[in-house]
Write a protein that binds this ligand. Sequence first.
Ligand SMILES: Cc1cc2nc3c(=O)[nH]c(=O)nc-3n(C[C@H](O)[C@H](O)[C@H](O)COP(=O)(O)OP(=O)(O)OC[C@H]3O[C@@H](n4cnc5c(N)ncnc54)[C@H](O)[C@@H]3O)c2cc1C
Length: 401
Amino acid sequence: MLIVQPEGPDDVARTLDFVRTQGVDVAVRCGGHDLLGVSTPARGVLIDLSRMNDVVLDPVAGVARVGGGARAGALTAAGAPHGLAPALGMNPNVGVGGLTLGGGMGWLAGTHGATVDNLLAVDVVTADGRSLKASADENEDLFWALRGGGGNFGVATAFTYRMRPVPQVLAGDIGYRTDPARFLRFLRDFLATSPDELELGVLFSLGSNPFAITRLCWSGDAAAGAAALRPLRTFASPMLDTVRPQSYAGFANGAAHFDNMFLRGGEFAGLGDEVIDALAAIIERGGPKDCLVGVLHYMHGALCRVPADATPFIRTPGHILYNIVAPWQGAGLQRDRMDWALAASEALRGVNSKGIYINYLSYEGEAHVRDSFGPHHARLRAIKRRYDPENLFHHNRNIRA
Ligand SMILES: Cc1cc2nc3c(=O)[nH]c(=O)nc-3n(C[C@H](O)[C@H](O)[C@H](O)COP(=O)(O)OP(=O)(O)OC[C@H]3O[C@@H](n4cnc5c(N)ncnc54)[C@H](O)[C@@H]3O)c2cc1C
């Protein structure tokens, strides 16, 4: 494999020219967090955008322009001195590229929507080497497709985002040992009435009496937040409670880091009894040390208030996503952890919703991609025909022209 590290759009265009004339495969990588690893193929040319990671913030306008190879945490850190935050994901190491092009859900989704709802413009180099601007006023069809259609339409060399005033949040972790099914039933009722300001993710350790850690962020009035969180604090007696007022960046960029994380994910149409039983069985069966089952990204609030055809990213109120997490430190593959995650993902196959958020879609095959885009798939195909008819960009959740 040939790895190219461009420093700007011209380098990207030259690389694509080489790829076209040599007839070789090309993949595009930003943060390298693709769940199926498709941004790092075994052969061909890899466009590694990690050098294109500039962050230019205009704090007065509340707008930031970010290189297509930057990580989420860099923009969060840049906004912090100005009390501004980007609506990116829950993990600072994830690349803005994959996150944004797939939709993007994070700690501010309930109050400020998806990442793509806060995207103002994208600079793109298309398959034929043209440098284009996509925004609400220029190349509108491309702009629509880039807000959830994944890496199918070109190389995004820069993203322009609206930043949000979020100086402080009430955030941290609450943890206790609990029966997983009982806690998930409580969570179902708790989330059904949760205000826009609350985002959370629950991570269960494995075993018959697992530890459940709820990592949460309340981005509103602190007193109202303390009242809203009371049921979480009284469900069981917390053995861990780090929830406190703090800066958004202090919380969002403080996530635990592992050298390796093998992740599988998917989407449920809510926490129905069948889903809860399937999750509880995986948790209670146990598995390799440090592996976790996560339930996160409850779809609600501002995320779900955009018109259904505004972007290709489908959000359905009440849907919730999950992660099967196999982390480890140090070099090398840890097969037992990866096999456990693959088996857990297979065990959940039948209880996923029909369409799965493409950034968590962990099952191979075109039919899943079609389901993920649902009614938008035909329009995405038409735009693909216009910008990448030869399917040069296919190392992704692929849409064929
Ligand atoms: C630990 C972890 C935490 C996560 N947390 C969240 C979360 O909180 N919220 C959420 O919504 N998702 C989350 N995700 C999913 C994440 O959004 C996707 O995996 C995303 O694709 C990762 O983006 P990346 O740039 O790091 O990945 P990469 O592997 O670099 O890229 C993935 C794909 O995106 C495309 N791509 C990336 N950058 C560009 C670009 N500049 N131009 C054109 N195409 C590009 C390519 O097709 C590439 O194959 C998480 C994933 C992991 C592993």
